[in-house]
Design a protein around this ligand. Structure first.
Ligand code: AMP
Ligand code: ZN
Length: 113
């Protein structure tokens, strides 16, 4: 298994894990671009949003709920934050395991692309 996020799920490589349940795990991004930069991922290996089946799509709602809770815990719920999912090469996705970025703690750029 050469997926770095699957290795984090399996406990084979270390991560600063902030939350986990049966389906989802959240940890700090190793190369943060904002004071709060967390990744919320499904434990199941889903390569990207484009590979998400309709049956799996409720996972996204779960991930957003967890991100909202973590934003509160990080103290950025009031100041604001951004949730982002990159999909595929032109979408800027580098790790081919579906993940939701939670970014906050500074004023983020208004540019999305
Ligand atoms: P993306 O460009 O959307 O695919 O985002 C991948 C993110 O994963 C980047 O922000 C990386 O800094 C982050 N990342 C890569 N390897 C690790 C790791 N071992 N632990 C935590 N975050 C990682
Ligand atoms: Zn994976």
């Amino acid at each position: 298994m050469d997926c770095i996020f699957c290795q984090i799920v399996a406990g084979e490589i270390p991560a600063d894990i902030l939350y986990q349940d049966e389906e989802v795990i959240a940890f700090r991004d190793i190369n943060p671009v904002a004071p709060t930069h967390l990744l919320i991922i499904p434990k199941k290996h889903i390569p990207s949003l484009a590979h998400l089946s309709e049956a799996e799509s409720s996972l996204i709602g779960d991930m957003v709920n967890i991100a909202n809770q973590l934003a509160k815990r990080e103290g950025i719920s009031e100041s604001g934050y951004r949730l982002a999912i990159s999909c595929g090469e032109q979408g800027g996705q580098e790790v081919p395991h579906l993940h939701l970025h939670l970014l906050g703690g500074r004023k983020l750029s208004n540019e999305l692309g």
